[in-house]
Design a protein around this ligand. Structure first.
Ligand code: NDP
Length: 290
């Protein structure tokens, strides 16, 4: 089958990688971006730069959108003739909150088009690699109809009909990613205060950031509401997080992040979980701090 035409709106690092992947696979690619010069290298490779948003929308049934957030979608397409979107499948890969993804889906539906929301779980370097993953949600039929084209970008996993679901799963990924990565930056800053480099702590970091065994161990327990303190106790964790905080403070390094972690563990102890597992923090975190 001939590769289907695709339009890519939004040419940040992600959108450029996506347009490039479609070109590599022989798809006719139309691109459109607020700053047109970002299309230059793609045009050299055979992409067509649309003269305006309407032209971009009319060039393909499948419209891949990769913008900073959903506001950018309204900024770019809010002014176009609503009929220009009619019948299109808009693959919305801009990350934002689940509510904003649902609002965008309704906005798209009002214009006679269908939104598939996507959460891309890879940086631009992983675009074009079938081993990378994008989680999709929205109408299954639209996903099935365009699956082969979407698989040019990454592996494609449809998780459900709710247009907010892919955004939620993306944010679940990010809350873990940013929090763990911040811990890594914190460790490098602390190491640096002691004359150690990122290279010096590389083997330690690789081990510390691999939390797989904890995930596997705690998953069934947490789902069963079992926060038994047989292998770890929150009181021990609270003491440990205080040691981290003091080590960081003694080194003259910023303490905001370890102070927040130590405060969280202290709240758990105050809530009566001292003898429970640190997994009992799931209960503490389940509601806003007083
Ligand atoms: P960028 O934030 O760099 O995307 C910028 C794009 O959004 C550009 O096309 C920019 O236009 C456009 N844009 C932003 N604000 C507006 C606006 N108000 N009006 C019109 N256009 C606007 O992000 P990336 O390319 O890195 O990523 C795109 C999406 O993919 C983001 O939502 C990101 O969270 C998500 N993502 C990114 C990953 C990554 O590693 N980069 C990984 C996984 C997901 P202009 O060029 O004119 O500035």
């Amino acid at each position: 089958t001939t590769p289907a035409p695709v339009t890519v709106i939004g040419l940040g690092p992600m959108g450029r990688a996506m347009a490039g992947a479609f070109l590599d696979r022989g798809h006719p690619v139309t691109v459109w971006n607020r700053t047109p010069s970002r299309a230059d290298a793609l045009v050299e490779r055979g992409a067509r730069l649309a003269a305006g948003a309407e032209e971009a929308l009319s060039a393909a049934e499948l419209i891949v959108v990769s913008l900073t957030d959903q506001e950018a979608l309204y900024a770019l397409l809010g002014g176009v003739d609503p009929a220009a979107l009619k019948g299109r499948v808009l693959v919305n890969l801009s990350s934002d909150t689940p509510d904003r993804a649902r609002e965008a889906a309704a906005w798209v539906a009002e214009r006679g088009a269908t939104q598939l929301t996507g959460g891309v779980l890879t940086p631009p370097s992983g675009i074009g690699d079938p081993a990378s993953t994008t989680l999709y949600s929205g109408p299954r039929a639209a996903f099935d109809a365009h699956r082969a084209t979407l698989e040019v970008l990454t592996g494609a996993d449809h998780r459900g009909e709710d247009p907010g679901l892919a955004a939620l799963l993306y944010q679940l990924n990010m809350v873990m990613f940013w929090t763990a990565l911040s811990g890594y930056w914190q460790a490098i800053a602390l190491a640096g205060a002691h004359g150690l480099t990122a290279s010096d702590i590389r083997p330690l970091a690789v081990e510390a950031l691999d939390l797989r065994q904890f995930v596997e161990f705690y998953t069934p327990r947490v789902d069963a509401g079992d926060h038994r303190g047989d292998v770890d106790r929150l009181a021990m964790g609270a003491a440990s997080t205080e040691h981290v905080l003091h080590t960081v403070a003694d080194a003259g390094v910023d303490t905001a992040l370890p102070a927040a972690v130590a405060a969280l563990f202290r709240r758990g102890v105050e809530a009566g979980h001292a003898a429970d597992s640190s997994s009992s923090l799931v209960e503490v975190l389940g509601k806003p701090a007083a």
